[in-house]
Design a protein around this ligand. Structure first.
Ligand code: XMP
Length: 519
C-alpha cells in the first residue's frame, strides 16, 4: 500500500471512540500550537491521506474491544507509516488489531495510579521515573502483540504502556490529557514534537490569514448574508468575513425587543461607525411583542420567537440581491457533537432558538468561518482582529433573549423592569470580578409579587432572581459562590433603583437537575 504523499502536513487527527475527554485531547494539542481535528472511526483511509496529518491519536471510549458493537477503524491505517498513540480504549484496540491479548478484567482501575516508566523511549523522554497518572478502564493489555514491548507498569498491570518501535506505534492505558496525570502534558509534547515532528504553526494570526483565503475561494464574487446577534461568535464571524469580502458582506440584525439594555445601539455603533459594514437592522419589536401577547407557556414562547425570527430575517434578506451564501457562527464543539460516533438525538429539554432552518428556506449555501475553533480560540481571533476585550469576553446570551428570563407573560413593562435589574447585576458582577469568573451572571423576573415596606408605605411588588453559574460548556453547571457583599450590593441597587421590584433572591440550583435559564 502506498504511504502518505509528501505534501504539506497538517496537524494531528484524533479518532473519537466516544471518550468524554476527546475535546480535551484536541485542546491539549492546540495549546502546543499544533492543529487538531476530531474525526469519527468511520473516516476512510483516502480521507486520512488527503488530510495528511503528522500523526494520529486514538481516544479512549466506553466500549470493550470484545463488545459486538465495539467501534474500530480501518486497520490499514496502521500501515500508513504515521506515528500513532492509542489512549486507554485506543491502546486496547491497537493491541487487539496487532494480535495481542486483551484481558477482560472484572476489576476496574479508576483514578490516581502510579506508573513506573521506561524512559529509554521517545514518549517518556525527560519525565520522572514514576509518577501519578489518571486511569479509568476495566480491560487491559495482557499479552503483548508481536513487535511490541511494555514501557510502563503499575501495581495492577505489567503493561500500562507499550510501543512498537519499528512501526512508531504507542499506547498508554492512562489519560495523558487530564490534569491529574502529572507528566501528561510532557508526554503529549513528546508525541507531537519528538515522535511526529509537528511544527508550531497553528496560531490565530495564521488561522485568520488562511480563513480569509478559504472564504475568498469558497465565495468567489458572490454576496453573503450574515445574521448578527451581537454575541461573540457572530461578531467575530462578521469582522472576519468583512476582511475577506468587504462590501459583499451584508449583515442583518433583528431587534426583537427582547435584548439587553443598550444592545441595539452598541451593535449599531460597532458595525456602522467602527467597522463600517453593510448593516441592516430589522426593527421588529412590535411584531414580536404582539406575537407573544398573553403567552405564558415556555415552549410556546420559544416556538413563536423562532418562527417570527425566521420570517423577519427572510423578509429583510429579500432586499439583498445576488446573495448565494448564508454565514453562520458555528463552532467546533457543535461540529464534533453532530458527528460523534455514539451521538444519538438527545431528548429536547428546551427547543433552542437557532437559525438552522434558514439556509434551506432561503436556498442559500453555508459559510461557517469559525467551525474549526473552540470558544476561547474565537475570542483570541476576535482580539487579533482588533475587537475590544469587553466585546470578546461577553458571556453567552440566549437567542430568545430576555423572553426566557421572564417567567410568565412578556410585556413591554416587564421587559423594561428586567432590563434595568439585569444591567445592575452585570455592572456589579463586572466591577467585582464575578463576571469573568462565571459562565453567566444575569437576572430573572419572577411572576411572584410579595409584600414589602418602603418608607412608611406598604408595597406589593415583583421579585428578581439573581442567577450566576460556573460551567465549561453550558451542558452542566454549578451555582456560583458569589460573595455575600456582592449579592448585597446587587440587591440594594435593584430594590432602590428599579421601579416595581421590592425583593431579590439568589438561585442556588445546579444543572442538572435545574437548567441555567429559567424557561
Ligand atoms: P439551559 O437553560 O438549557 O441553557 O441550561 C444552556 C445554555 O444555552 C443557552 N441557551 C440558549 N442559547 N438559544 C441559544 O442560542 C436558545 O434558545 C437558548 N436557550 C438557552 C443558555 O443561555 C445557556 O448558556
Amino acid at each position: 500500500m502506498s504511504k502518505i504523499a509528501n505534501r504539506d502536513k497538517e496537524g494531528i487527527l484524533v479518532i473519537d471512540f466516544g471518550s468524554q475527554y476527546v475535546q480535551l485531547i484536541a485542546r491539549r494539542i492546540r495549546e502546543n500550537k499544533v492543529h487538531s481535528t476530531v474525526v469519527p472511526p468511520t473516516i476512510s483511509i483516502d480521507r486520512i491521506r488527503e488530510i495528511n496529518p503528522y500523526g494520529i491519536i486514538l481516544s479512549g471510549g466506553p466500549s470493550s474491544v470484545y463488545d459486538r458493537s465495539a467501534p474500530s477503524f480501518d486497520p490499514r491505517v496502521l500501515e500508513l507509516g504515521l506515528p500513532i498513540l492509542g489512549i486507554c480504549y485506543g491502546m486496547q484496540l491497537l493491541g487487539r488489531l496487532a494480535g495481542g491479548n486483551i484481558l477482560k478484567s472484572g476489576k476496574r482501575e479508576y483514578g490516581r495510579t502510579e506508573v513506573k516508566f521506561d524512559r529509554r523511549n521517545p514518549l517518556f523522554r525527560g519525565i520522572s521515573p514514576a509518577s501519578v497518572t489518571w486511569m479509568s478502564h476495566r480491560d487491559k493489555v495482557d499479552g503483548l502483540p508481536d513487535g511490541f514491548r511494555a514501557i510502563g507498569k503499575s501495581d495492577n498491570t505489567k503493561c500500562a504502556a507499550f510501543m512498537n518501535y519499528k512501526k512508531n506505534i504507542y499506547g498508554v492505558q492512562f489519560h495523558p490529557e487530564v490534569v491529574h496525570t502529572v507528566n501528561g502534558k510532557k508526554i503529549l509534547k513528546n508525541f507531537l514534537f519528538g515522535i511526529c515532528g509537528c511544527k508550531r504553526t497553528w496560531t490565530m494570526k495564521s488561522f485568520i490569514q488562511k480563513k480569509i483565503d478559504d472564504i475568498t475561494d469558497q465565495v468567489g464574487s458572490q454576496d453573503v448574508i450574515l445574521g448578527l446577534s451581537g454575541g461573540v461568535d457572530s461578531t467575530v464571524s462578521a469582522v472576519l468575513l468583512h476582511r475577506a469580502l468587504g462590501k459583499k458582506l451584508h449583515c442583518i440584525f433583528v431587534n426583537n425587543g427582547l435584548l439587553r439594555k443598550g444592545e441595539v445601539d452598541r451593535v449599531k455603533k460597532l458595525f456602522t461607525r467602527n467597522i463600517k459594514l453593510d448593516l441592516r437592522v430589522a426593527e421588529s419589536e412590535d411584531l414580536f411583542l404582539k406575537a407573544l401577547k398573553g403567552v405564558t407557556d415556555p415552549e410556546k414562547k420559544r416556538k413563536i420567537i423562532g418562527r417570527t425570527f425566521i420570517k423577519v430575517f427572510d423578509d429583510k434578506a429579500r432586499s439583498i440581491k445576488n446573495a448565494s451564501f448564508l454565514a453562520q457562527g458555528t463552532l467546533y464543539p457543535d461540529v464534533i457533537e453532530s458527528q460523534t460516533f455514539f451521538g444519538g438525538p438527545s431528548k429536547t429539554i428546551k427547543s433552542h432558538h437557532n437559525v438552522g432552518g434558514l439556509p434551506k428556506k432561503m436556498g442559500l449555501k453555508l459559510v461557517e468561518p469559525l467551525r474549526d475553533l473552540f470558544k476561547d480560540e474565537v475570542r483570541e481571533v476576535g482580539r487579533e482582529l482588533g475587537l475590544a476585550d469587553e466585546m470578546v469576553d461577553r458571556q453567552p446570551f440566549p437567542g430568545p433573549g430576555l423572553a426566557v428570563r421572564i417567567v410568565g407573560e412578556i410585556t413591554r413593562e416587564r421587559l423594561n423592569m428586567l432590563r434595568e435589574a439585569d444591567w445592575i447585576i452585570v455592572d456589579v458582577a463586572k466591577r467585582s470580578g464575578i463576571y469573568r469568573k462565571t459562565w453567566q451572571t444575569f437576572g430573572v423576573l419572577l411572576p411572584v409579587k410579595s409584600v414589602g415596606v418602603m418608607g412608611d408605605d406598604r408595597t406589593y411588588e415583583n421579585t428578581i432572581a439573581i442567577r450566576s453559574v460556573t460551567s465549561v460548556d453550558g451542558m452542566t453547571a454549578d451555582w456560583a459562590k458569589v460573595p455575600y457583599h456582592v449579592l448585597g450590593e446587587m440587591s440594594n441597587k435593584i430594590i432602590n433603583q428599579v421601579e416595581g421590584v421590592n425583593r431579590v433572591v439568589f438561585d442556588v440550583s445546579s444543572k442538572p437537575p435545574s437548567t441555567i435559564e429559567w424557561e
